[in-house]
Design a protein around this ligand. Structure first.
Ligand code: ZN
Length: 423
């Protein structure tokens, strides 16, 4: 699969030699639905050349080892594996407070209704997030981001949705933006004011949705919105209400995505497909008819095994049907204080395999190639010429180790935009 005679470009910034690479690139035979598929798009004894933060050359390590260019920094990784930087494409990472008290109460026998009646649930996170000042919100969220980064996350999506008023939604998105700037990673900011109904709009859902649509252009103008998300569920919003939000987003040229078919099938994924949305997420109750629509609109199915696990759900998303109709599957943490207090994308890869029957190859594609697609990032998630040089070096024997190992972090080195990171 690796051409052995491609000559080196004239002047390189960096060369990584002696590498095994899970490229997930069609250039190296990654074609999961064809007969001559090369698993992981893997190449061995290879080298990567980098200029200005971009991959400009991939070839035989022996050619690279003879490189006599001055000022090129050569890193010999001695046969270790390289993957693209991990991309966590669905998180609610920015929030204040903690709900371990509810976790404990439930395990002592309290029901969800008991907890909701005593002020628990999502509205307790809304209250804590509204009460926290921006510095405090940053400090609490930063801990979670650091945990994800320690396992190789180089791009992340972060949603608003615990403010449910303009000032707090803006505060959340500003914190998300600042985290990306301070940590040098890519943060995609998603507006999710249509997450839950705030107490001040009790019994007046349509009036709240009007507000959600009114706030969107204000935040978009400030550069705080890369995508718009919503939650269609009996306990959240209905199809007509989310349609209104999507219409507002589309008029502003902002892509959409949705929390859908988690507990019930209310036609959410078909709606996202109609808007050619980036992704439809959760999907435990997804129908084949909706899958066909998602295939047509090239919408990614985002699987969230952490929420499935935490809720002890029993209905698995229809993986075989998603495969049959060739819908790209991504895997994410859904990091949130209620249903998925998870800050390990490696653990989610394992759970995607053990709970949802993904193959280790699908799980790794789900946190690289397909999660990039779910965020509309054509320049990340694969290792091929022209892609951003966001690269991870792993001390593993084969790529399946990343899904197989639980609790061991084999990450050795991280490169973001062509720069090796201090760890
Ligand atoms: Zn979510």
């Amino acid at each position: 699969m690796l051409k052995t005679d491609t000559p080196l470009p004239k002047q390189l910034d960096k060369l990584i030699i002696n590498a095994n690479i899970a490229t997930f690139s069609k250039d190296f035979g990654y074609q999961p639905n064809s007969d001559n598929h090369n698993e992981y798009g893997a190449i061995t004894q290879a080298a990567i050349g980098i200029v200005d933060g971009k991959i400009v050359w991939i070839g035989d390590s022996k050619i690279a080892e003879k490189c006599s260019q001055e000022n090129v920094e050569i890193t010999d990784i001695q046969g270790q594996w390289i993957t693209a930087g991990l991309i966590d494409c669905h998180t609610h990472l920015v929030y204040a407070g903690n709900r371990s008290n509810e976790f404990e109460a439930r395990l002592k026998g309290a029901s969800y209704t008991d907890i909701a009646q005593s002020g628990g649930g999502i509205l307790s996170t809304v209250k804590s997030t509204r009460d926290a000042d921006e510095g405090e919100l940053y400090r609490q969220s930063e801990k979670r981001l650091r945990a994800l980064i320690s396992e190789g996350v180089t791009s992340i999506e972060i949603k608003s949705g615990y403010g449910l008023d303009l000032a707090t939604e803006e505060k959340m998105l500003r914190v998300a933006k600042k985290l990306g700037e301070d940590y040098g990673i890519t943060v995609k900011k998603t507006y999710l004011a249509a997450h839950a109904l705030p107490p001040e709009y009790k019994d007046n859902t349509d009036a709240y949705i009007d507000k959600v649509c009114e706030w969107l252009p204000i935040l978009h103008k400030k550069g705080l919105v890369d995508a718009v998300d919503g939650f269609i569920e009996a306990i959240a919003f209905n199809l007509a209400q989310i349609t209104k939000v999507f219409d507002t987003a589309t008029a502003l040229g902002i892509p959409v995505k949705l929390h859908s078919e988690q507990l019930t099938d209310m036609g959410g994924s078909e709606l996202v497909a109609k808007y050619k949305g980036l992704s439809s997420d959760h999907l435990e109750q997804l129908s084949e008819a909706a899958i066909k629509q998602m295939a047509k609109s090239d919408t990614v199915a985002v699987l969230l095994p952490g929420a499935f696990y935490t809720l002890r759900d029993e209905t698995v998303p229809p993986i075989k049907l998603l495969r049959k109709h060739r819908v790209a599957m991504a895997v994410s943490t859904d990091c949130n204080p209620g249903t998925s207090p998870v800050t390990s994308l490696l653990l989610m890869m394992n759970m995607a395999c053990t709970l949802f029957d993904l193959t280790p190859e699908e799980a790794l594609a789900g946190v690289t190639r397909n999660s990039a697609k779910a965020l509309g990032m054509g320049n990340k998630g694969q290792i091929s010429v022209g892609m951003d040089a966001d690269l991870l070096v792993w001390d593993i024997e084969r790529p399946a180790d990343l899904s197989y190992l639980v609790g061991l972090n084999p990450l050795q080195k991280v490169m973001i935009n062509g720069q090796w990171q201090q760890r």
